[in-house]
Design a protein around this ligand. Structure first.
Ligand code: NAD
Length: 499
């Protein structure tokens, strides 16, 4: 059986904890590998290597650091097939979706190649007599990132690319469920020219995460995952005096106005609701038709589209729409929530409960489900299901639909489908959600804008990628300098006022 490792200072090491987690093949339900779980010994070693490596790396000028990222992008392209195949084998998503996972990470690396421009500081000439004032951005030192299973390529790159571009060393603690791609990324980065110890990977669970949170020489923590863990990591990191940004769970609504193109809306809902088996933080999990007639027509259009979905392993070819969910536990939890939906009175109009895939009976496949007549009190509405389950909440007016999205505790993404510019504009202006789509179901911003939700989908104040990433991974130093020609004789005892 394959055994993974950690990646410390340019070397694959097993570590000393003696604890391992199983890496499953979600399509077959078999254990396909084991991954070691780090403890504080490995964390201490990684930090020591990172501290040393960071000194030299931060002294490399931004343009040369950017060249390493440039080379890394070429290596990602060259290795795209093996990255995507490994990703699909452990995560279960289709190959085109796995390529998309790598691609959306790669785009952030490309953005970070602009580091020389993005790290330029501010300068005020002659702020006072002989006085110049300038601000510069300096790296934090050692940063760490804790990432989820659902984007094992994209989210690590969203973190380590800007961290490295800014001159930090980075310790990545990826999800223990799909560890092979993060390890490959670290090796490719080194092949691209990053010195040993600048990017390291520690596999692990809570023990490893806690050792990271408590380590005094780690300056910043980035986290992406579920809301309860996001909240915990935010609190613990802040308590330890670290800079921290945590991105949590979601329940994304798509409002469908009576004037929307309902075929377009139904197509969008099926892709955004069931793609990647619903395991995307930007998946649409709630359809909100406005008006009973819109709801009837929308549900009528959704059912045949959902019936046609092809569920299967990534090996079954490009016409597979989605694969298995990540674990047996995730599958069980989805089944439990579906049962709760029925008990609480929702109408299951597409029932995926008996779905079985011949030859893959032990895999973690979940058939698509569509609920109608869901209400805001039900558990299936309030909870992030993270599976191929779409809920329809019928509303009678635009205001009611808007309030529904606004009253939900999560605020990651939201969309409105309409042909009316005034309604769309009002919606964009008023909705309290971080990423908004107008006739776009999954409004994930491109690399040069920033990514982040509102409400319980985020803890911290700076977003991921775009200019915010360069703010998060640097601190500002502001220098006021005066040269002798501007100095009057005698000391100054009052706060200087520049006139
Ligand atoms: P998760 O919270 O279970 O795990 C995320 C990371 O935290 C993993 O590395 C894991 O090892 C670690 N972890 C788990 N339990 C921990 C504990 N008790 N203490 C310390 N660390 C712990 O999330 P997941 O199941 O891997 O990912 C799915 C979740 O991530 C969903 O809620 C999804 O919405 C969210 N997500 C959010 C975004 C976003 O940008 N907002 C993006 C992707 C995924």
């Amino acid at each position: 059986m394959q055994e993974f490792s950690h990646y410390l200072n340019g070397t694959r090491v097993q570590g000393s904890s003696g604890r391992y987690a199983d890496v499953m093949n979600p399509a077959t339900g078999e254990i396909q590998a084991q991954v070691p779980l780090a403890n504080s010994t490995e964390v201490n070693q990684a930090v020591e290597f990172a501290r040393k490596a960071q000194v030299g790396w931060s002294a490399v000028n931004p343009q040369r650091r950017a060249r390493v990222l440039m080379k890394f992008v070429s290596l990602l392209h060259e290795n795209m097939n093996s990255l995507a195949t490994n990703l699909s084998r452990e995560h279960g998503k289709t190959l085109p979706d796995a390529i998309g996972d790598v691609q959306r990470g790669l785009e952030v690396v490309e953005y970070c190649i602009g580091a020389p421009e993005l790290l330029k500081g501010d300068f005020t000439n002659s702020a006072g007599p002989g006085i110049d004032l300038f601000s510069m951005r300096q790296p934090l030192g050692v940063s760490a990132g804790i990432t989820p299973f659902n984007f094992p390529a994209m989210i690590p790159m969203w973190m380590f690319a800007p961290a490295l571009a800014c001159g930090n060393a980075f310790i990545l603690k990826p999800s223990e469920r799909d560890p092979s791609v993060p390890l490959m990324l670290a090796e490719l980065m080194e092949q691209a020219g990053a010195p040993k110890g600048v990017l390291q990977v520690l596999n692990g669970d809570k023990d490893c995460v806690d050792a990271i949170l408590q380590h005094p020489d780690i300056q910043s923590i980035g986290f992406v995952g579920s809301t309860p863990i996001a909240k915990y990591i935010y609190a613990e990191s802040a308590k330890a005096g670290k800079r921290v940004q945590c991105f949590g769970g979601a329940k994304n609504h798509m409002i469908v106005m009576p004037d929307a193109d309902l075929d377009q809306a139904a197509d969008a809902l099926v892709g955004a609701g069931y793609g990647a088996a619903g395991e995307r933080c930007m998946a649409i999990s709630v359809a909100v038709p406005v008006g009973q007639e819109t709801a009837d027509k929308l549900v009528e259009k959704l059912i045949p589209r959902i019936d046609k979905l092809k569920v299967g392993p990534y090996t079954a070819g490009d016409d597979v729409d989605y694969g298995p969910v990540i674990t047996a536990a995730a599958k069980k939890n989805i089944g439990r929530l579906v049962q709760t939906g029925l008990e609480q009175g929702a109408k299951l109009v597409v029932d995926g409960r008996d779905f079985k895939l011949q030859g893959y009976e032990d895999g973690f496949f979940v058939g698509p489900h569509l609920f109608d007549h869901v209400t805001s009190e039900m558990d299936i509405y309030r909870t992030e299901i993270f599976g191929p389950v779409l809920s329809t909440v019928r509303t009678n007016s635009y205001e009611q639909a808007l309030s529904l999205a606004m009253d939900h505790e999560f605020g990651n993404g939201v969309a409105i489908f309409t042909r009316d510019g005034d309604t769309a504009r009002d919606f964009v202006d008023r909705v309290n959600v971080g990423m908004v789509g107008v006739n776009v179901p999954i409004p994930v911003p491109l690399a040069y804008h920033t990514f982040g939700g509102w409400k319980k989908s985020v803890f911290g104040d700076l977003n991921q990628h775009g200019p915010d990433a360069f703010r998060f991974y640097t601190r500002t130093k502001t220098v006021t300098s005066r040269w002798p020609s501007g100095i009057k004789e005698g000391g100054e005892f009052t706060i200087p006022i520049m006139e």
